[in-house]
Write a protein that binds this ligand. Structure first.
Ligand code: XBP
Ligand code: MG
Length: 255
């Protein structure tokens, strides 16, 4: 492709950090305990619930598909936003303890991309406060300014797998999808990014390693580090052992 690579757009949950099992799931359960509703999402159940993105949407999905709307708390529809606010509080408190680190290679790649003047953005379904807390407690508060756009949560009507959040980020940066690469970890994520025409690199995690990533440019177990090479699960990494800007430029030129 002759079009220049200008920007990298990152998903957050599962991509920048492994937040779902030991972060979001735990915070949901803390909120359920706080409100005494008797729900508990174990690791396997939560994996099934990840089919639906967005915390409020996930609670509604659990009520309808797992509980068949039986024995729900009183005023359940009104309670969901309250439960979700409590979950966000528990989640951001957990992040503030440093419990969830960034995935291998994330900090290194962001720093290299910045030094080479690539533009950076975020496109995620998670609540904006969660993104701020993760960045602040891993890379420092100033890292929020590394991202030209942080597209998150309810700013678009339809969450992933819809493409709206990526579309929002592209419009805010005034870029076309051909000028960018996206980074994702899940089937819903790649459906979202590719639906707006973004070439996408996948780093799988414990919940997503068996997902269908047939539209991906490259599927890895993580971004890798010089001393900790990635494993290629799908695609061609041109003899690289970790993702750097050189590899990104090569992948982009092949698309
Ligand atoms: C992430 C999610 C989010 C989080 C919870 O998906 O599905 O819903 O689990 O976030 P993706 P909130 O990585 O594809 O963006 O509870 O703040 O909604
Ligand atoms: Mg994700």
């Amino acid at each position: 492709m002759n079009i220049k690579l200008e920007a990298l757009i990152f998903d957050v949950d599962g991509t920048l950090a492994d937040t779902e099992r030991d972060g979001h799931r735990v915070a949901f359960n803390d909120a359920f305990d706080e409100y005494g509703i008797g729900w508990h999402w174990d690791v396997d159940t939560y994996g099934q619930l990840l089919a639906v993105t967005g915390g409020k949407e996930r609670m509604h999905h659990y009520a309808s598909e797992f509980l068949h709307n039986r024995n729900l708390p009183d005023n359940f529809d009104q309670l969901v936003p309250e439960l979700h606010a409590a979950k966000t509080r528990h989640y951001t408190e957990l992040l503030s303890t440093g419990a969830i680190p960034l995935r291998p290679g994330v900090e290194r790649l962001l720093e290299e991309a910045r030094s080479k003047n690539f533009r950076l953005a975020i496109a995620t379904t998670t609540t904006p406060a969660n993104v701020s807390a993760l960045l602040a407690h891993t890379l420092g508060k100033e890292s929020l300014d590394w991202f030209e756009v942080i597209a998150a949560g309810d700013i678009v009507p339809a969450k992933k797998p819809a493409g709206d959040i990526y579309d929002y980020a592209l419009k805010a940066m005034n870029l076309s999808p051909e000028q960018c690469l996206a980074f994702e970890d899940s089937h819903n994520g790649i459906l979202s990014s590719t639906s707006v025409g973004l070439q996408t690199i996948i780093c799988v995690n414990g919940y997503t390693h068996d997902d269908d990533f047939s539209g991906a440019v490259l599927v890895l177990d993580n971004l890798g580090e010089p001393e900790q090479p990635f494993n290629v699960l799908q695609g061609e990494a041109d003899n690289h052992s970790y993702v750097d800007c050189d590899l990104l430029l090569k992948l982009h030129s092949m698309t």
